[in-house]
Ligand binder design. Sequence first.
Ligand code: HEM
Length: 480
Amino acid sequence: NRKPRLPPGPWTLPIIGSLHQVASVLPHRRMMDLSRRYGPLMHLMLGEVPTVIVSSAEAAALVMKTNDLAFAGRPHSATLDIFGCSGRGIVFAPYGDPWRQMRKVCTMELLSSKQVKRMDAIRPEQVGNLLRYVAAAASTGAAVDVSEKVMALSNDVVSRAVFGGKFPQQEEYLRELDEAFVLLGGFCLVDLFPSSRLVRWLSNGERHMRRSYGHIQRINADVIKGRKAARAAAQDDASSTDDDDLLDVLLRLQEKDAFTFPMTTESIGAVLFDIFAGATQTTGVALEWAMAELVRHPETMAKAQLEIREVLGQGRAVFTNSDLAGLHYMRMIIKEVLRLHPPGPLIPRRAREDRKVMGFDMLEGTNVYINAFAVSRDPNCWESPEEFKPERFENNNMDYNGTYFEFTPFGAGRRQCPGILFGTSTMEIALANLLYHFDWVLPDKANPEFLDMTEKYGIIVGRKYDLQLIPISHGGFHDI
Ligand code: HEM
């Protein structure tokens, strides 16, 4: 019974452990700084909870590839348990057969060729709405709140994929999702001291999360009830149609009794919510960062516009994803944005069994966070890592698909994001259209070099200050 050899870490205080070291405004940055001192595997005690932060490409590969099965769990905590509907969804479900079943349905649905085709029609419609809004602003010289608009675009695209369209309670749904994300991103007392009944009694976090998630569940139940009634009225013969959204797919499988682990309304709601939560803010903040970096680097923006306008030719209306195959520079820009601003900088995992990694003991039950932000800014892997330079992806095959561990904005291995194609397709179509039809400048001729790039605290990291830009119409936006 030897003493475990834990990874090194900063000194701890009684009771709070290392909390004072990391409970800063932006934990991913604070952890990056600390890990440069303590090493690629760093042990922290967050209150009572043993945690290891992973901060190099080599260590990330050991966790997400070599020992993927051992680290395929997700952290547990009181608030996560509520948010993850006690493991009935996907994102925070423990590794196991129910998760595998749901993940398979979603992967096949999200990535099926039918779904991709369906989305190829939906995305341009939503982008068209955005372009009309921007064209109206351009005609009066008004600024556009780009942050708000690209987030709304992402919401609308995801709503249509998951629920078939806007639903009456969408605003409330999004508000509760925001609130729940804030609670998850915080250091919630009840999560830090799970054994303390006093903390549980004193803490508000769990109560808030319960209230917020309860509201979400009621909306889910309403939407599901409405859809079931509509399906019954249409005497749907349980066969699929081209218009099926994710909700239809799940209901059809439920009606056919095709699940090994039977689905209740509650668990269908949990899955829908998970996909919604996983998809919408991530893509929205990635787009917001992309536009901010482009405005800050006018020569990069000009180069991207030249490519888009040359490849697509003059006088085009809204184009679709299938028009965009030749846009190589724009794809490099998207990679560079995800390298510098991975929307989920800390990838949450949990050790399902004891493992030795780099000579250290990682014990079962330890929460493990891969600091994708720190790894993709690691000077040992990247030249001038703090610089925005899409050209670094020229003439190499480096991508975000989970085989290059210096660059994992979507994670890797069994728990890797199943929405890579979905998310990057929305980014590509939005950026290509916004850059083709408009030039973009800061209000009041502000110097782009000084654009404030401060991040906002949360599990999904967006900009602290909304990005306001003035659009200038290029060649006139021709509506369809
Ligand atoms: C730029 C956009 C996106 C980014 C950066 C992103 C990032 C991530 C990351 C880092 C993970 C954890 C991976 C791991 O543990 O290895 C994840 C998981 C997940 N993402 Fe995404 N994501 C994005 C878009 C989407 C979209 C569009 C969808 C759905 C349509 C989606 C659905 C999910 C789901 C369901 C999971 C949980 C997978 C599981 O636990 O098995 N994501 N995502």
